[in-house]
Design a binder for this molecule. Structure first.
Ligand SMILES: Cc1ncc(COP(=O)(O)O)c(C=O)c1O
Length: 441
């Protein structure tokens, strides 16, 4: 089945000729909030949450990875489900606090944490800092001493690839993230010797966009092995074992949805041995997914502004593009440009018969949301949507590039809808510049 058709059937079943998001017609949302905009459906987020919750053995906790989509409403929604939050900067930490997350339910991972960021999070009582280097451990120790407190830390490990038979996507390669497993013992000795640090556990460095449950299972097995080895060496159980995020979303036709039933079966087998291992008693197991929980819940909705032919190729020009959705333009880590699922949202029942280059409004050839997309006959004003846009969409895009207003975000909850981030204004671009900077010296 066509990828878009199967997505609509699965996640937007009340759609007929027009896309209905959580029971609300997309034309109604466009009329009320304007385009371009991001729309998120609470029902889909809940569905993904339930699937993941069910797949994980009962002692697991879930920390939502804020970087995937930091909107306050989304953060509050996950908090209401009992999630913690994983942040990668002081900015994300402040957003987590603002959403009402108790500081001790926040973990901070990611390279290059600055002194001021560390001072801020430690001063506010952050749950754990996941260390990425020895220097960072020393920095955290010095700040904790200065503030007269104990910093709870875990060490992020970049596992050795050989042990996984090459199954791991990113582990085993040189990386800016985590501590190479080969040097873990000596690094841990150093971390444990540092003053005012409470060493709590291990965080496994993982890949992202993993759709094969076997890769995840082998990654979790590896995490258990590393943690057990560390606990045995320290002669005490660890407080934390964080298996990371990385559960994927199938964006392209050749990709398959992660099989959470099989993941559940394999993980419950894997965790049978864990329950009988005394060195795991008292260990908190956790994951920190982002994309899996919110990716499929978002649609980026744009409108057709222009339609033209250039040397035999038809071009659709939309009012939105890569400045709002870098990932869909293929410029966020894709080596070969593949199209995110795209549809004409007000013509779902019309036959796809023409081939288009679907471009945004920026004057760069990079601003293409879809190449060679086969779509129904297009008219100016039609609504074109990019599916699977809930994660790494707005927040992972160069919003300031060409100074268009930043797109609003809309929350749909079972037939009702509301604005959860306003559209940017032209004044936003001037606000950050000190007065006087307008006139040349
Ligand atoms: C430390 C850490 N945790 C969690 C995530 C979330 O990954 P994903 O959205 O693939 O689940 C990332 C992604 O880069 C990460 O670096």
């Amino acid at each position: 089945m066509d990828h878009v058709v199967s997505l609509i059937k699965e996640y937007f079943p009340s759609s007929a000729g027009e896309l209905s998001i959580g029971g609300v017609a997309v034309s109604e949302l466009a009329r009320q909030y304007g385009t371009p905009m991001f729309v998120y459906d609470r029902g889909i987020i809940d569905e993904k949450w339930n699937l993941l919750r069910d797949a994980l053995p009962p002692p697991f906790s879930i920390c939502y990875s804020v970087k995937a989509n930091p909107n306050q409403t989304i953060l509050k929604h996950f908090l209401s489900k009992g999630a913690g939050l994983e942040v990668a900067s002081a900015g994300e930490f402040c957003q987590a606090l603002h959403a009402g997350c108790p500081p001790d339910k926040i973990i901070f991972a990611g390279p290059g944490k600055t002194e001021s960021e560390l001072e801020l999070v430690l001063g506010k009582g952050i749950g754990e800092i996941h260390l990425e280097s020895v220097r960072e451990a020393e920095r955290v120790s010095a700040i904790a001493q200065k503030l007269g407190l104990h910093a709870r830390v875990a060490v992020r490990v970049n596992p050795s690839g050989e042990a996984e038979g090459g199954a791991m996507r990113m582990g085993g390669r040189p990386a800016a993230f985590g501590i190479d497993e080969e040097t873990l013992d000596e690094v841990l000795d150093r971390v444990i010797s540092l003053k005012n640090l409470e060493f709590r556990g291990i965080h496994l460095f993982t890949g992202t966009q993993i759709l094969d449950f076997q890769i995840l299972v082998s990654q979790y097995r590896k995490g258990l092995e590393v943690a057990l080895r560390v606990a045995t060496r320290l002669k005490r159980s660890l407080h934390t074992l964080d298996f990371g995020g990385g559960l994927g979303t199938p964006y392209f036709p050749h990709e398959q949805q992660l099989d959470t039933q099989k993941l559940k079966t394999e993980l419950s087998l894997l965790f049978e041995s864990v329950h009988s291992e005394p060195l795991f008693s008292g260990t908190h197991f956790m994951v920190e997914p982002g994309r899996y929980l919110v990716g499929e819940a978002g649609v980026y909705v744009t409108r057709v502004i222009d339609l033209k032919v250039s040397r035999g190729k038809k071009f659709l020009i939309l009012d939105g593009g890569m400045h709002h959705h870098l990932a869909a333009s293929g410029n966020l880590g894709q080596t070969i440009k593949r199209n995110y699922p795209v549809a004409v949202l007000n013509k779902l029942d019309e036959p796809a018969e023409e081939t288009f280059e679907v471009s945004g409004p920026l004057c760069t050839p990079l601003d293409v949301l879809a190449r060679g997309a086969i779509l129904p006959r297009i008219e100016i004003g039609d609504l074109v949507g990019v599916f699977q846009s809930g994660a790494y969409g707005r927040s992972a895009s160069p919003l300031g590039f060409l100074s268009h207003p930043a797109p609003p975000e809309i929350w749909v909850d079972n037939g009702s809808h509301r604005l959860i981030r306003r559209r940017g204004e032209f004044a936003d671009y001037l606000r950050d510049q000190p007065s006087g900077s307008e006139s040349p010296a």
